[in-house]
Design a binder for this molecule. Structure first.
Ligand code: AP5
Length: 190
């Protein structure tokens, strides 16, 4: 089965493209952002701790996010999996590789959605305006977005080289329209 990682800065379209791949291509999406937000919304003590970290735009500590991801999903060879928002640093990339290796699974395609930073800002601002009170993300504001982008540049961007060296990195112009980006992804994975 085909397994992919969608990699890209905040607002690059990872969630949007995952949704299309789930709907049209029968993929199973693992979004660490969604998993973490569920814990936050539960109101538990752990959720309160996570909220503080996420509202600042920092990464959740590796041990927490890895444990939550593995507890909430069944890494199943029969599923076509999209990893959305994971891995986010070299440690997570190596941990995922080791975990998949143990169960004879692997990542076939790492798809990097390349979007210029000024466009990301515009997209997130648009998302803030369009989302209703219920869907509003507390990390979608100007100062947190700047921090999320800084964290991305420092910790997540270096994993592009990690996958480039492995030979499974594919870069897509994420500034194309949603359907065009989706077509490019399909050209790669088919
Ligand atoms: P997460 O939920 O993963 O958020 P993110 O990476 O910041 O990404 P976004 O969800 O903001 O954007 P996206 O790339 O999915 O774009 P989208 O499709 O929504 O993480 C949130 C937080 O959780 C992190 O800051 C961290 O604290 C924590 N976290 C998560 N994973 C972690 C991990 N592994 N380790 C540690 N901590 C972790 O699109 C954005 C907007 O643009 C939408 O309005 C959309 O309609 C629009 N759009 C999308 N594509 C296009 C297009 N092609 N053209 C025009 N508009 C478009």
């Amino acid at each position: 089965m085909t397994n992919i990682i969608l990699l890209g800065p905040p607002g690059s379209g990872k969630g949007t493209q995952s949704k299309l791949l789930v709907e049209k291509e029968n993929f199973f999406q693992i979004s660490t952002g969604d998993i973490l937000r569920k814990v936050v919304n539960s109101g538990s003590d752990e959720g309160k701790t996570l909220k503080k970290i996420m509202d600042k735009g920092d990464l959740v500590p590796d041990d927490m996010v890895i444990k939550m991801m593995l507890n909430s999903v069944d890494l199943d060879k029969e599923k076509k999996i999209i990893f959305d928002g994971f891995p986010r640093n070299i440690f997570q990339a190596k941990t995922l590789e080791k975990k998949l290796d143990e169960i004879s699974m692997n990542i076939d395609f790492v798809i990097f959605l390349d979007v210029k930073f000024d466009i990301l800002e515009k997209r997130i601002k648009k998302r803030i305006l369009e989302s209703g009170d219920k869907d509003k993300r507390t990390d979608d504001n100007e100062s947190t977005l700047i921090k999320r982008l800084d964290v991305y540049k420092e910790l997540t961007f270096p994993i592009i080289k990690f996958y480039e060296e492995k030979g499974n990195l594919y870069k897509i112009n994420g500034m194309l329209g949603v359907e065009d980006v989706n077509n490019k992804i399909n050209e790669i994975i088919r």
